[in-house]
Design a protein. Structure first.
Length: 347
């Protein structure tokens, strides 16, 4: 008896047990895999709300379209009524299950600002969570890592990094929680490059009493990068450092890592603009923070011609630096860590 000859109920159960392995077996399993994740999406994050699809749907479509250079052939296996939605439920589920990257759009950066109170960066994202019997959990069941990306011109410029503090809050009326690198991080920056610094994890997530019901929720976060210290802020006058954005990937490293470095030629491969547009749109949808047109441009303004943001055929390497000297470099393990360029998939 062939696998395809099994009753559909059995195929569904098999797929639920090992979706990654079976989705590539044949077209039928790929279709079933897509339908499985459609059900997952519809069961979470208010995806059955018409307002959600009116406000967020176009951004989801643009994000999925921006990944065509990686997965167009597989997407076309599924002929859906709504292109970039009906054919891509697996990608959509992952986008709605983990915080998306926050890109510091260089077009919006004013390096000549004289406003010392102005944050270096201010952006929003959401953390999808579930609540069961008053217990709040992320979709992965773990704390969410927080990493900051910088281009650093020299080891001297790196001495300014500890003074750049990330402030995080969950509502416009809440107090900021602070995250930063360790004080001696500049000692590990030996050359020009692009560096990803591990800042720890996002603060604990809370829900209002009215929201403590069983279900799935989008918890908004605001992130600001500010410069602190006794002297006047120097970031906007220091071209030796450029803040690139935040990501929330643990990179599969259980060891305490401080940072990793990539070559400057890969700087454009870190952030997919359409991922960050979707992150802002999801935060705007929650209504927790006021938004300007600059922070969340219209779908039509940002659509344009979507181009690949990196070359998947070009191998990119990195080198981790760890907190404790006893942790030895494990090149094989580091190469297995999640690719910073690719979409973050939790399943």
């Amino acid at each position: 008896m062939k696998l395809d000859d099994f009753p559909i109920e059995i195929l569904w159960k098999l797929l639920a047990e090992c979706p990654r392995e079976l989705r590539s077996v044949n077209r039928r399993f790929y279709h079933l895999h897509n339908e499985l994740y459609k059900e997952h999406v519809m069961q979470s994050v208010e995806a059955n709300d018409e307002r959600f699809w009116i406000e967020v749907g176009p951004r989801i479509s643009s994000y999925v379209k921006s990944l065509d250079f990686l997965r167009k052939d597989s997407r076309l296996i599924v002929n859906g009524a709504q292109e970039y939605i009906s054919d891509s439920w697996y990608i959509i589920y992952n986008a709605l299950s983990y915080p998306l990257k926050c890109w510091n759009n260089p077009a919006l950066c004013e390096r000549d600002s004289l406003d010392y109170q102005k944050p270096i960066y201010s952006g929003k994202c959401v953390v999808p969570v579930t609540c069961r019997d008053g217990i709040i959990r992320t979709k992965t069941g773990t704390h969410i890592s927080l990493n900051a990306w910088f281009y650093i011109e020299s080891s001297f410029a790196a001495t300014k990094i500890p003074g750049l503090v990330t402030e995080v809050r969950q509502s416009q009326y809440g107090s900021y929680k602070k995250r930063s690198t360790q004080g001696n991080v500049a000692d590990f920056v030996k050359e020009r490059g692009v560096y990803c610094f591990h800042l720890g994890t996002l603060p604990d997530i809370y829900l209002g009493d009215q929201e403590l019901t069983n279900g799935s929720f989008l918890c908004p976060f605001e992130l600001r990068l500010v410069e602190v210290g006794m002297a006047p802020p120097m970031y906007f006058e220091n071209s030796g450092i450029t803040f690139l954005g935040y990501d929330f990937n643990s990179y599969g490293c259980s060891d305490a890592w401080i940072m990793f470095r990539i070559d400057p030629e890969f700087v454009s491969s870190i952030f997919n603009p359409y991922e960050s547009y979707l992150a802002s749109c999801l935060a705007q949808y929650t209504g927790a923070f006021p938004f300007s047109n600059v922070e969340c441009p219209s779908h039509e303004d940002s659509e344009g011609t979507i181009k690949p943001y990196y070359d998947p055929k070009k191998r990119a390497t990195r080198k981790f630096t760890y907190r404790y000297p006893r942790i030895r470099q494990d090149w094989e393990k580091e190469q297995r860590a999640a690719d910073w360029r690719a979409p973050h998939l939790i399943t």
